[in-house]
Ligand binder design. Sequence first.
Ligand code: HEC
Ligand code: HEC
Length: 425
Amino acid sequence: MLKQYSLPICLGLLTLLSITSVNAQETIKDAKQKAKDLGPKDVLLGDGDLLQGISGKGELKLYQIRKWLKDPEVHRVINPQLPLGLAAAQASIQGIDENPMTQAKIELGRQLYFDTRLSADETVSCASCHHPDEGYGRQTQFGVGIDGQEGGRNSPISYNRIVSNLQFWDGRADSLEAQAIGPIANPIEMGNTHDACIETLKLIPGYKLQFNAVFGQNPFNIENVGKALATFERALVTGPTPYDYNEAIAKYSKLDEETLNELIEDDEDFKAAYEAEAKAAKKNPMSEGALRGQKLFFSERVNCAACHAGANFADEKYHNLGVGVEAEKPDVGRYEVTKDAKDWGAFKTPTIRNVIHSAPYMHDGSQKTLMEVVEHYNKGGIPNKNLSDKVKKINLTDQEKKDLVAFMEALTGSFPKVERARLPE
Ligand code: HEC
Ligand code: HEC
């Protein structure tokens, strides 16, 4: 009896197996088609579960990835919305037309960012030098790569890159995509070659599945690694700070009390917005010192905002503050890229959002505290042949120096929750 049925049963099982595997292919494809039909969606960056990985514990299993990729939502194009504060830079968002964001691409980029298998000896990841616990920078003076090798520059932060175009202290990478593939092949950072990196990734089934799902046919090339990493970094946006909450209510102080009360009584929407904003500002207060520091920061006399300008407190331009000019062979900074004399010793203005988390400071990591940075500006930088004319002796009192530091502390916002493990097995 049993023998008689075993062949049909075997055949039946085989067909069932092949149908399920065809179905798995079909459904990711279907999910992508459905995502296309649904069209783009607005997503607020800076909180939520966008960066929290595929749910579960331990190494990522192939079946978990497959199941996740069958959800059309992860393939929908994202119109990123910036949180309060940074939102003023919404129009400066860079790179997403060329490299559209989807949750599946962000998640792939997240895995690559934390994966040491991208480096030659599998010991170094992007997070080794841009670590979530150290403000996405690193608290060493210089970046430390494979075999403990040190470069000559401090690791800058890797968040809020969505509003920034040229990357590196000297702006030599013209996009986040171009930047991201640099460290992989840099002999003192990840020490790998692009080809070897691709060969490694290809052999990891979880990556194979995801590269296929995200990039389609022949997806394995270093440009796509760069695209995924850049997309993760674009989604890495920090939340509102006490300064932002305070700015949100500052607009009401322009109204006289009578008008304000009238609006609150007559307009329910106005009332709701006003109350929510007032509550948030109260919950995230700025100290008296920070408020005084804010005035100084934006004043004509101190004018930090001449360069730390706009919603991300960075003008995306290059200036010489004299940092490191006393070295025997000074780092020429932007000059290396442009060969233009006006760029000699000039470096890109870094954002100072969340800056308390990413000491030490400056391109050479030579300043250990924010007070040291303020002292540097107070004395008018370090004289040299190309010092910026925006850097002059300020003569701050001790209290004013403390107030400036307090203001920078009030530029600290929340960081989104980011899963660091959950890499493909
Ligand atoms: C060995 C340490 C190290 C590793 C590993 C590393 N970086 Fe960096 N990163 C640096 C340093 C140092 C700089 C600044 C170099 C310069 O300006 O010449 C930098 C610059 C950057 C910048 C530019 C930020 C800005 O404001 O211009 C981004 C973005 C970045 N890295 C992302 C990454 C990514 C993504 C990876 C992984 C593929 C990675 N880094 C791996 C040390 C490292
Ligand atoms: C002329 C433009 C300019 C002005 C004015 C200016 N900055 Fe800067 N700031 C820069 C540049 C450029 C750097 C990086 C310089 C380097 O590494 O050589 C920098 C670096 C910093 C850093 C270190 C950030 C990091 O991640 O390493 C802090 C903090 C800072 N500035 C705060 C201030 C404060 C406070 C003021 C006002 C007292 C101010 N800046 C005025 C352009 C400017």
